[in-house]
Design a protein around this ligand. Structure first.
Ligand code: C2E
Ligand code: MG
Ligand code: MG
Length: 940
C-alpha cells in the first residue's frame, strides 16, 4: 500500500515550494519596480502638468497684462470712439483672460506662495484697472498716468514674482522626482541582491535535501551491489529518497535473509547428505583419479574388514587388486571387490551387489548393496516356481497363458491330456493359432477349418470379461473354456473337462422338470408346455387342460404302504400316458394329482372323449407285484382360451371343476363353468369376512355341559365357538373352522377361545372342568404349549381343570412331533381327549401312540345306538376299550333318554348332548348348574 507522503517533505513538494518562493520574490520585485516607474512617471507628469503649466500661465498672465497696457495706450490715443470702445472691450477681455490664466497657474501649482502671489497679481491688475478707468477722458494728467504706470510696474513685478514662484515650484518637483527615482533604484538594487541571496539559499537547501541523500542512496546501492550487506543504510527523511533508502534497507534485509536461508539450506542439505551417506544401508566408497579411496561410509567399512586399513594406507585400489602391492588378504579382497561390478559372497555369508559409476574427476564411486534378502527371495521364488509348475501339472484343468502378442507362455500337462495331444506338441512360444491347429490336427473338430476355429476363438476372446464357452469335441467330451485378460494385455485360458458335470446338470435339469417317480413332466414343465400352447392357441388351435385326482389312493397308500402306493402311481401314469396322443402332454402335479394338456381340439366333445377313456382305463383294476388294486379317477376340465389365458388360471379352474366333480360324483368329469368360479368368489368373500371377524374378535364361546353318569351331575362344559355374522347370521363352526385352518387363522382364534374358556372356567365352582377343542393346525405351530401355559397362568385356572380335545387328524400328519407336544401339554396338568373317536382311519393305532385321558365317542355312533342293527356293539366295544386302557369314555350327541340309559347300562362314564342342554352362552350356565347339580353348587 503506497505510503501517504506529506507534500511538504517530498522532493516534488520542495521544488514546488522553492519555485513558489522564487516566483513570489521575483513577482514582488517586479511589482515594486513597476510601482517605482509609475511613481517616477507621475512625478514627471506633475512636473510638466503642474510646474510647467503654472509657469506658462503665469507668463501668459504677464503677456495679457502687457497687451492690456498696450491696448490702453492705444485707447488713450485714439480719438475714434468706436475704436476706443473696441479697445475697451479688448482690454476687458484681456483682463478676463489674465484672471483665467492666473486661476490656472494657481490651480496647477497648488503652492501657497503661488496662490498668494497670484492673488497679489489679481489685486494689482484690478487696482490698475480701476486706476485706468480713472483716467478716462483725462488726457494729459500726468500724475494719474504716473500712478498708473507705477501700478503697472508693480503688477509686472508681481507677475515676475509669480513666474519665479511657479518656476521654483517646477524645480522642486524635478528634485523630488529625482530623489524618488534614486530611492527606487537603490531599493531595487537591494531587493535584487536579497532575491539573489534567497535564490542561493533555496538552491543550497535543495542541494542539501536532495543531492546529499541521493548521493548517500547511490553509495548504499553500490555497497549492496558490491555485496556489503552489513553496512548501515541511512535512515533518510520522509521524502521519496527516504522511501528509496528504506526500500533499499528492506531489499538489503531480504537479500541478507535469503542468503542466510540459502546458506542454512545448503548446510542442512550437506548435513543430510552426509547423514544419509553415513546412515545409508548401502556401502559407498569414493575412489579418486589416482585410485586411492577418498571416502568410505560406515556401511562400507562394516561390509569390508580390510577397507579401513586400505583407507589409512592410501594405496591405489587397482594396484592392490592387481596384487602389485603387498598387503593383508582382507585388504586385497576388499580392493578386488570394489574394482569390478557384480555380485560377491562375503566371508560372513552375506551377498553384496557392487555397482560402480565413474566420477567427473576420473575416479569412481562404488555402491555396495546387501542383497542377501533378495537372494533368499530369489531362491524362494525359484522354489515357488517349481511348486507352481507342480501345481500346474497336477491341476484338473488345462491352462494356457498367452502374452499380449498371443504367444503361449505357460501350458500345463492337463491341457494336452484334455485334447489328447502327444506330449511336447504344445509348448511355450507357440502362437495361439498354432495351438488351435494342434487341436484341429487331433481331429477334435471335424468339419471345422482353422478359419472357423479362429473365428470362434475371436468370439470367445473378443471380450475382456471372463466368460465360459463350452466346446464339444468329436469324442463327445465337453470342454468348458474360460478366459480372462491379464494385466499385461495377454490372457489366460482354462480348459475344464466338464463332460460329467454337464451330464449331471442335464440330469438335474431333467429332475427339475420331471417327477422322479413316474418320469412325467412336473408342474414347472407342464406350465411351460401350457404357456407354449397358449401362445399357439392364438393362431386358432384350442386345447384342454385336465386335472385328475385318483380316487381312494390315500387309503391304499396308508394301508398297503408307500411301496405299493408308488407302484400304483407309476402304473396309473403309464395308463394316462397310453391314453393321450404324442402331441399331448401329461404331468404329475402332486401325490395323486395328474394333469393333461390335450392339444389341437376342436370341440369340448374331443376333451370329453379323452375324459371318458381316462375314467374307463383308470377304473380298471391294477395288478401290482403283490396286490391288485382298484382305483377311480375324477376329472376337471378347462378349455382354452375360454376358461383362462394363463396356465395358472386354466389349472385353477380345472381344479375348481375337479372339486365340483368330486362333490357330485367320484369317477366322473366336469367341464369348468363360470358358476363354479362364482362359488370360488363366494368362498373368497367368506374368507374376507372370517379374517375381519378374527381381527375384530367377533366371536362368542358357548358352553355345553358334560354330564358325569357316575356322579349324576354336570362335571364340566365343552367350549364351542360361535360366529354371529351381521349378514350371514349364525355360521356353524363346521363351516368356518376348516376355512380358518386353511388360512392359518385358527392359531390366533384357537388361542382366543382358550383364554376365554379358561377365564370363564376359573369362575366356576371347583370340580367343574372345561373342554377346549384344539385343531390339528395348532399342533404345527410352536406356540401351542406356550399359549396353554399363558392361559392357565393369566386366568389362574388349575391345569387339571382343562381338557384339550383333539381329533385323530392331529396325529396323522406328524405323529412324532404331535406326541411330544401332547406330552408337554400333559406336563402342564391338562387332560387330553380323543374327540370324534371312530371317524378316522386307524384310530386304534393312534390310541396306542399317546396315553389319552378320555375317548369321546362320535355322535354318529350314538345316533344309531338304539336302532336295530345299530351301532350298539361299536359303542360297547369303545367303552370296553376305554375301560381297559383306563380312559374315560364320553358319548356325544345324546338326545334321548333311551340313548342315555343304554349308555349308562354299557358303563359309559360321561355323556353330552341336547338331552341335557344345547351349547349356551356363559350367562346361562348358573341356571344349568343349579338345575342339574343343585342350587348349592351354582356359580357364585
Ligand atoms: P365337536 O367337538 O365334536 O363338538 C360337538 C358338536 O356336536 C357341536 O357342534 C355340538 O353343538 C354338537 N352337539 C352336541 N350335542 C348334540 C346333540 O345332542 N345332537 C347333535 N346333533 N349335535 C350335538 P358345533 O358346535 O357345531 O361344533 C362342531 C365342531 O366344530 C366341533 O365338534 C368341533 O370339532 C368344532 N369346533 C367347535 N368349536 C371349536 C373350537 O373352538 N375350536 C376348534 N378347533 N374346533 C371347534
Ligand atoms: Mg369336541
Ligand atoms: Mg365331537
Amino acid at each position: 500500500m503506497p505510503r501517504m507522503v506529506d507534500a511538504r517533505v517530498t522532493i516534488r513538494g520542495r521544488i514546488l515550494l522553492a519555485f513558489l518562493t522564487m516566483s513570489l520574490i521575483t513577482g514582488a520585485l517586479g511589482l515594486y519596480a513597476i510601482r517605482g516607474l509609475q511613481d517616477a512617471g507621475e512625478l514627471v507628469n506633475r512636473t510638466y502638468d503642474e510646474s510647467l503649466m503654472s509657469i506658462n500661465y503665469a507668463r501668459a498672465a504677464a503677456a495679457d497684462f502687457a497687451k492690456m497696457r498696450s491696448a490702453f495706450a492705444r485707447r488713450m490715443v485714439t480719438g475714434d470712439p468706436a475704436a476706443a470702445s473696441k479697445l475697451d472691450a479688448e482690454i476687458n477681455e484681456l483682463a478676463a483672460t489674465l484672471s483665467d490664466d492666473l486661476g490656472i497657474a494657481v490651480e496647477r501649482s497648488q503652492s501657497d506662495r503661488v496662490i498668494r502671489s497670484a492673488k497679489a497679481v489679481q489685486e494689482g491688475v484690478e487696482l490698475w484697472e480701476s486706476m485706468r478707468h480713472g483716467l478716462d477722458g483725462s488726457t494729459g494728467k500726468s500724475a494719474a498716468w504716473d500712478a498708473l504706470d507705477r501700478q503697472a510696474g508693480i503688477v509686472d513685478g508681481q507677475i515676475e514674482l509669480l513666474v519665479n514662484y511657479t518656476a521654483g515650484d517646477g524645480f522642486v518637483f524635478r528634485q523630488t522626482a529625482r530623489t524618488v527615482v534614486a530611492q527606487e533604484i537603490r531599493f531595487n538594487v537591494i531587493a535584487t541582491a536579497v532575491a539573489l541571496i534567497l535564490s542561493g539559499f533555496v538552491a543550497y537547501l535543495l542541494n542539501r535535501r536532495i543531492i546529499g541523500p541521493l548521493a548517500s542512496a547511490s553509495a548504499v546501492a553500490e555497497r549492496i551491489a558490491a555485496g556489503r550487506l552489513d553496512d548501515a543504510v541511512p535512515t533518510g527523511g520522509r521524502d521519496e529518497l527516504g522511501a528509496l533508502l528504506r526500500a533499499m534497507a528492506t531489499m538489503r534485509d531480504n537479500i541478507q535473509a535469503m542468503m542466510e536461508r540459502e546458506v542454512s539450506q545448503r548446510r542442512s542439505a550437506e548435513a543430510l547428505l552426509a547423514d544419509a551417506l553415513q546412515s545409508s544401508r548401502e556401502g559407498v566408497v569414493v575412489v579418486d583419479a589416482h585410485g586411492r579411496i577418498a571416502l568410505a561410509n560406515a556401511q562400507a567399512l562394516e561390509f569390508f574388514s580390510g577397507l579401513r586399513s586400505a583407507v589409512e594406507v592410501g594405496s591405489s585400489v587397482i594396484a592392490l587388486a592387481n596384487g602389485e602391492i603387498d598387503a593383508p588378504a582382507p585388504m586385497i579382497d576388499c580392493a578386488r571387490t570394489l574394482s569390478r561390478d557384480g555380485e560377491v559372497l562375503l566371508a560372513d555369508g552375506r551377498w553384496l551387489r557392487v555397482s560402480r559409476s565413474a566420477t567427473q574427476e576420473g575416479g569412481f564411486v562404488a555402491v555396495c548393496s546387501d542383497i542377501s534378502v533378495l537372494k533368499e527371495q530369489e531362491a524362494g521364488l525359484k522354489q515357488t516356481n517349481l511348486r507352481l509348475d507342480a501345481a500346474l501339472d497336477n491341476m484338473s484343468q488345462g491352462l494356457c497363458l498367452y502374452d499380449a502378442d498371443h504367444r503361449l507362455m505357460v501350458v500345463n500337462r492337463r491341457y494336452a491330456e484334455i485334447y489328447n495331444l502327444p506330449p511336447g506338441s504344445v509348448v511355450p512360444g507357440m502362437s495361439a493359432e498354432a495351438v488351435l491347429q494342434c487341436s484341429l490336427g487331433a481331429g477334435h473338430h471335424p468339419g471345422s477349418t482353422l478359419a472357423d476355429m479362429l473365428r470362434e476363438a475371436a468370439c470367445i476372446f473378443g471380450t475382456s470379461r471372463q466368460r465360459t464357452h463350452f466346446q464339444e469335441l468329436a469324442n463327445g467330451r465337453v470342454v468348458a473354456i474360460e478366459q480372462r485378460m491379464t494385466a499385461d494385455g495377454g490372457f489366460v485360458a482354462t480348459y475344464d473337462d466338464v463332460t460329467e458335470r454337464r451330464q449331471a446338470e442335464a440330469r438335474i435339469a431333467y429332475l427339475a422338470h420331471h417327477d422322479t417317480l413316474t418320469g412325467l413332466p412336473n408342474r414347472i414343465l407342464f406350465s411351460e408346455q401350457v404357456d407354449a400352447a397358449i401362445a399357439q392357441a392364438g393362431r386358432g388351435t384350442g386345447f384342454a387342460v385336465f386335472c385328475l385326482d385318483l380316487d381312494d389312493f390315500r387309503p391304499v397308500n396308508d394301508t398297503l404302504g408307500h411301496v405299493v402306493g408308488d407302484e400304483l402311481l407309476q402304473a396309473a401314469a403309464n395308463r394316462i400316458g397310453a391314453c393321450i396322443r404324442e402331441i399331448d402332454s401329461c404331468a404329475r402335479l402332486g401325490s395323486d394329482e395328474f394333469a393333461i394338456l390335450q392339444r389341437g381340439i376342436d370341440t369340448a366333445e374331443d376333451a370329453a372323449v379323452l375324459a371318458r377313456r381316462l375314467v374307463e382305463v383308470l377304473g380298471a383294476p391294477f395288478v401290482l407285484s403283490s396286490h391288485t388294486v382298484t382305483l377311480g379317477v375324477t376329472l376337471g376340465i378347462t378349455l382354452a382360451p375360454y376358461d383362462g389365458t394363463s396356465c395358472e388360471k386354466l389349472l385353477m379352474n380345472a381344479d375348481v371343476a375337479l372339486a365340483r366333480s368330486k362333490v357330485d360324483a367320484r369317477g366322473s368329469f366336469r367341464f369348468f363353468e363360470p358358476e363354479m368360479d362364482a362359488r370360488l368368489q363366494a368362498r373368497r368373500l367368506f374368507e374376507v369376512d372370517l379374517r375381519e371377524a378374527v381381527a375384530n374378535e367377533a366371536f362368542e364361546v358357548h358352553y355345553q355341559p358334560i354330564y358325569c353318569l357316575n356322579a349324576d351331575r354336570i362335571c364340566g362344559f365343552e367350549a364351542l365357538l360361535r360366529w354371529n355374522h351381521p349378514v350371514r347370521g349364525w355360521v356353524s363352526p363346521v363351516e368356518f373352522i376348516p376355512v380358518a385352518e386353511e388360512l392359518g387363522l385358527i392359531v390366533p382364534l384357537g388361542e382366543w377361545v382358550l383364554h376365554r374358556a379358561c377365564e370363564e372356567a376359573a369362575r366356576w365352582p371347583e370340580g367343574l372342568k372345561v373342554a377346549v377343542n384344539v385343531s390339528a393346525v395348532q399342533f404345527t405351530s410352536a406356540s401351542l404349549v406356550t399359549a396353554v401355559r399363558e392361559a392357565l397362568q393369566r386366568t389362574g385356572l388349575p391345569g387339571q381343570r382343562l381338557e384339550l380335545e383333539i381329533t385323530e387328524s392331529v396325529l396323522v400328519a406328524n405323529p412324532g412331533a404331535t406326541t411330544a407336544i401332547l406330552h408337554n401339554l400333559k406336563m402342564l396338568g391338562a387332560r387330553v381327549s380323543m374327540d370324534d373317536f371312530g371317524t378316522g382311519y386307524s384310530s386304534l393305532s393312534y390310541l396306542r401312540s399317546f396315553p389319552f385321558d378320555k375317548i369321546k365317542i362320535d355322535q354318529s355312533f350314538v345316533r344309531d345306538l338304539c336302532a336295530e342293527n345299530g351301532t350298539e356293539f361299536i359303542v360297547r366295544a369303545v367303552i370296553g376299550l376305554g375301560a381297559s386302557l383306563r380312559m374315560t369314555t364320553t358319548a356325544e350327541g345324546v338326545e334321548t333318554e333311551a340313548q342315555l340309559s343304554k349308555l349308562r347300562a354299557e358303563g359309559c362314564d360321561e355323556v353330552q348332548g341336547y338331552l341335557f342342554s344345547r351349547p349356551v352362552p356363559s350367562v346361562e350356565l348358573p341356571a344349568l348348574i343349579t338345575r342339574w347339580n343343585g342350587a348349592a353348587r351354582a356359580i357364585a
